[in-house]
Design a protein around this ligand. Structure first.
Ligand code: C2E
Ligand code: MG
Ligand code: MG
Length: 717
């Protein structure tokens, strides 16, 4: 598990723990709120019950008071003062009382009795009642009646609830003074007024005291707070009601809101946690991507230069590590990129990168892409030299493997530089520089090869670097010039063309051989500047010699871009030189068969009427395929071959063979480096059509070039 994965799992754990804590806090907060609300609800229920009980008690008291008040009202002697239609006052009152019991609004029973509890008259619900009051009203009556009778002089009035024949009833007992005369004893009868606590009266109480669901309950089920008691305290029944439980109602009203809030907060919290988590992940991923991008090449996914340098730095800090670097540069990649487009180029790089990574994967090492088509493999450990050699060869084989990209099959090669050392002796940076130099050496040797770093290579590289630097300055300060050498027709030895050759005389007067500086110019990107200069000079000189064709040497590196055609067009036009006077010499040793742009450029040149000459023919690469592919007009037998003519029979035989082939292809054949008549004669016999060499004139500065004509004519005499 890597560090970022560990950090990520720790952070995940932290987020989970924090979420749990927050959920716990949220949950307990809601628990407390719920508990408080439930408590409040229960207390409200209790209070409501108490209030209802109070109201029930008040209702009973009111009933008691009512029968008491009525009794009091009926006790007065003068209640009805006038006899009516012959009916006695006594009778009228009895009738009045009786009819009131029928209505039953305030009372529904009355009894008139003497102190001996003998019923004089009684009425219940409007019906006369002859039964003994004790029988109807129960045992609690007697002591009260006695008490009232005993205290008549104080006009006593008693009331209370009693368990009657009809159930509990509010009973009031007092003297009925109006009956004293009637009874003749001067002593009033005892008036008992009663109101049954029945369903009707309970309904009225319920209405009057706003007690919902008020009902009469038996003594067994009664709530002591609303009990109906006889004067001696015995419970004879009570009032009950269906509890309203307002707390519960309020709670059930509030709870959905509380639940909804809880749900909302939980969801919001979960959302927040998710958002924090996602944000965290996004930051983490972006950091990871940034960290990955900082050390990886986006195209191939391999490490980049920064990663390589970092690794080299850390290796430099490790005691006594042997390390080797294999520096790979693809040959001919630029052409593929230019011709097939960058997409194809990218696919080639990806394919090669993946192949290289799998090659190295078996050995173990760091693979990086450090430039456009430059790859580096860093290996460490024991026997790095042997491993490096093996990898270098494998990399070349990998590069030359034909790669199918869409309809195309492309093939490149690779120049590989190898450097190894103990990192106690040199820095990682130096090791990389050495591998780079070795790679340049491999490239200089013509590519598709491996060069192992050595001090000599390093010295040579430094010398060439210095030369490139001097050349850059020399081009600015006019140290470059051109020499012209005539080319004659083999039949009459008349000059028909001249070859324009680049020259470099350093400021100190020393001359540098073109073979050397042209190479360095090609290696260090100066060939375009030199080529431009020489073409310019060629046209300027050509203007002075309108009868001669102009042979100019052009490096294939100059022809890797279509802009070369524009350069040729503009320069010819500026000096009014016809394109068919220009003959471009291309060295056989530098031709790249895969150069697709090169082919386009050559076709462009041919289309303009410019002729092509294959230079240095016979230097080892002689191939008829070249002649066909590039549609050359002529070839130049290399001077090394011509120099042997007259000395070696073999050379002549070889030359004859080449000439035959060229002739068959309809080409002119120029023999260069002709220094004596024998060479000229033999090569003329062999079929050469043109000659060039010291015999006909060495390369000279332009001013003296025209002298060649007279000089040559005498040369062959
Ligand atoms: P090249 O194109 O084959 O040029 C002919 C070379 O043969 C010239 O050498 C010339 O001086 C030499 N030469 C001519 N006649 C004789 C002879 O009779 N005997 C001997 N020993 N040598 C003779 P130079 O000028 O040193 O050029 C060497 C090469 O440098 C050229 O070979 C050409 O490949 C390259 N070069 C010269 N100028 C240019 C240039 O402007 N552009 C490019 N790309 N290459 C150039
Ligand atoms: Mg030449
Ligand atoms: Mg040549």
């Amino acid at each position: 598990m890597d560090m970022s994965a560990v950090a990520r799992s720790n952070s995940s754990r932290l987020v989970v723990v924090l979420s749990l804590i927050a959920l716990l806090v949220l949950g307990s907060t809601f628990g407390v709120i719920y508990y408080a609300l439930a408590g409040l609800a229960s207390r409200s229920n209790q209070i409501d019950d108490e209030l209802t009980a109070q109201a029930a008690r008040a209702a009973l008291r009111a009933l008691d008071q009512r029968v008491r008040d009525i009794n009091s009202e009926y006790s007065r002697a003068d209640h009805i003062s006038n006899p009516h239609q012959g009916i006695s006052v006594f009778e009228l009152r009895i009738a009045d009382l009786c009819s009131s019991t029928r209505l039953g609004v305030n009372f529904d029973m009355f009894f008139l009795m003497n102190e001996n509890m003998r019923n004089l008259v009684g009425c219940i619900d409007g019906r006369r009642m002859m039964q003994s009051p004790t029988e109807v009203l129960g045992r609690a009556l007697a002591p009260i009646v006695r008490d009232v009778s005993a205290t008549l002089n104080r006009n006593p009035l008693r009331s209370g609830f009693m368990l009657t024949k009809f159930g509990p009833a509010a009973i009031s007992i007092g003297p009925a003074w109006w009956s004293a005369n009637e009874l003749g004893s001067g002593t009033p009868a005892i008036l008992v007024i009663g109101k049954k606590v029945d369903t009707e009266s309970v309904k009225r109480m319920s209405r009057d005291f706003s007690i919902t669901g008020l009902m009469l309950v038996s003594e067994a089920a009664v709530n002591p707070a609303a009990a109906i008691r006889e004067p001696d305290g015995r419970i004879i029944g009570g009032l009950g009601w269906s509890p309203r439980r307002p707390g519960n109602r309020a709670l059930s009203q509030f709870l959905p809101t509380v639940y909804a809030s809880f749900m909302f907060l939980t969801v919001a919290f979960a959302g927040m946690v998710a958002a924090v988590w996602l944000a965290f992940r996004a930051v983490h991923d972006s950091n990871k991507k940034t960290a990955h991008a900082a050390v990886h090449d986006p195209l191939t996914g391999l490490h980049n230069r920064a990663a390589l340098v970092g690794m080299l730095d850390s290796l430099s800090c490790t005691e006594g590590r042997d390390a080797a670097i294999i520096f790979i540069d693809l040959d001919g990649f630029k052409e593929i990129n230019d011709f097939y487009g960058h997409e194809m180029g990218d696919r080639l790089l990806k394919g090669f990168g993946a192949g290289l990574a799998s090659l190295v994967g078996e050995q173990g090492g760091l693979v990086a892409r450090v430039g456009g088509d430059e790859f580096v493999v860093l290996i460490t450990g024991s026997s790095v030299d042997a491993t490096a050699q093996r990898l270098a060869s494998a990399a070349i084989s990998l590069s030359t493997r034909p790669l199918r990209i869409g309809p195309h099959t492309v093939k490149v090669a690779a120049s590989v530089g190898v450097a190894s050392s103990n990192l106690n002796e040199i820095t990682g940076e130096e090791l990389l520089r050495r591998a780079d130099i070795a790679m340049y050496e491999a490239k200089r040797r013509g590519g598709s090869s491996i060069a192992v770093y050595s001090q000599d290579i390093d010295q040579e590289m430094k010398r060439r670097l210095q030369m490139a630097e001097d050349m850059r300055n020399g081009l600015k300060t006019g140290e470059f010039w051109v020499a012209c050498q005539p080319i004659v027709d083999a039949s009459d030895l008349k000059p028909v063309a001249m070859e324009i050759l680049a020259r470099w005389t350093r400021a100190d007067g020393t001359m540098v051989a073109p073979v050397e500086f042209i190479r360095v110019a090609e290696e260090h990107g100066l060939i375009d500047d030199i080529g431009k200069f020489v073409l310019e000079e060629t046209c300027a000189i050509g203007k002075l010699h309108p009868e001669l064709s102009l042979n100019v040497n052009v490096s294939t590196l100059q022809m890797r871009s279509l802009s070369f055609l524009q350069l040729v067009d503009s320069t010819l036009m500026r000096y009014s030189i016809k394109p068919d006077r220009l003959q471009i010499e291309m060295s056989e040793s530098r031709l790249v068969l895969d150069g697709s742009i090169l082919i386009s450029v050559i076709e462009g040149l041919k289309a303009r009427g410019i002729r092509l000459i294959l230079d240095d023919f016979g230097t080892g690469y002689a191939s008829i395929a070249y002649l066909r592919q590039f549609q050359f007009d002529a070839l130049k037998l290399d001077r090394s071959l011509c120099a042997e003519i007259g000395r070696s029979v073999n050379a002549l035989t070889m030359a004859q063979g080449m000439i035959l082939v060229a002739k068959a292809a309809g080409l002119n054949i120029v023999a260069e480096g002709i220094e004596n008549k024998e060479q000229a004669n033999l090569l003329k016999l062999a079929g050469c059509t043109h000659f060039q060499g010291y015999l006909f004139g060495p390369p000279r500065p332009p001013a003296r070039a025209s002298l060649a004509k007279t000089h040559l004519l005498s040369a062959l005499q």
